[in-house]
Design a binder for this molecule. Sequence first.
Ligand SMILES: [Zn+2]
Ligand SMILES: [Zn+2]
Length: 431
Amino acid sequence: MRMLRPVAVALLLSSPAAFAADPAAALRAEADKRTAGLDGKLVEWRRDLHQNPELGNREVRTSAKVAAHLKALGIEVTALAKTGIKGVLKGGKPGPVVALRADMDALPVTEELDLPFKSTARADWGGREVGVMHACGHDAHVSMLMGAAEVLAGMRASLPGTVVFLFQPAEEGLPAGEEGGAELMVREGVLDNPKVDVVFGLHVFPMPTGTLGWRAGGIMASSDMLEIRVRGRQTHGAMPWAGADPIVAGAEIVLSLQSIVSREIDPTKSPAIVTIGSFQGGNRGNIVPDEVVMAGTVRTFDQDMREQIQKAIERRVQSVAAATGTTATVSWYGANPVTFNDPALTARMSPTLQRVAGALAVPDVRQTTTAEDFSYYQAKVPGLFAFLGVNPPGRTPEPNHSPRFYVDEAALPIGVRALTHLALDSLLPAK
Ligand SMILES: [Zn+2]
Ligand SMILES: [Zn+2]
């Protein structure tokens, strides 16, 4: 029932006199009325999506459902970036262009929740058969953005500007050799024509239902994956001097990389992480192998720091290789920039999120070291990404990607209010 309270409060506070003084308040009140009128649709859409999850770049059914919904609302629809959908809603009055984004893909996770609409889907993922589940809550994201589209399309004549709906595939990454996600959406011009001025996104997290959390600057980490190959020269384990040992060199590299954060980074500026999670080489105790291959990841919240750490890794890998008579290469892949909330936009929109969340607003939410490809939109235009709590009272929170990840559907209309209010308040000139 918590879900109904903010709507009721907004309606009570909105008198006709207040509307005349503040046209934005009139638009917001109308949006709230329309959101309340969505009735069970948000839940119905979300459950249908939850029961029919699709992996990245394979969101065929989801994408068709979204496209049909937008078309029925009279929104101009374009397909792009594999299974992506862009909807353009031109308001009746001139004004800026605001984009709202939802990601559509599910994860290779087998659902363990016992829900009436539990997913039993299975699919091929990189040559393996896997269970498929909306374990990151993207089903809620799609449902909320479909709801926001319905609300805003109903108010088209009074909208001072254009709203672009971005339904994006493959946020969670892809099997080797495929491209997709926000990076491909941007490359295919999703932010052009009409040229998007600002972009907003929400992500569900297991915070108390109805919480909205955001912060200026880096909110989610950049994520870069790296592979380090150290080439030595194979020899007998009893005669190491006759070769060059990539295992000893690799071990030195791992330790050296661990002192980048502690010795080269200013910890008062922003946190950073360097992890080597895989170390492969050799197959017998008495053979020095030819090669060691390591894989790892770097996380930062600051673009300069990200570049600084990448350079430090290259430098340290090369200097250890030179010192040990081996050769080494570093290759980078799977990059996501910092999910960086534009400070001016965040300051401007904070009152909006405060108003929607009320007592559950967390304007300086903690950073998370996970990453989001929403950052690709933010690298092009000012953007704001916020977290929506979906963990109901009395339930032990389960992290995103858990086979028991749970979405409290009472949060759905709150998410719609956040999206529609962000759009409306950013279309109207700042006071
Ligand atoms: Zn995820
Ligand atoms: Zn996600």
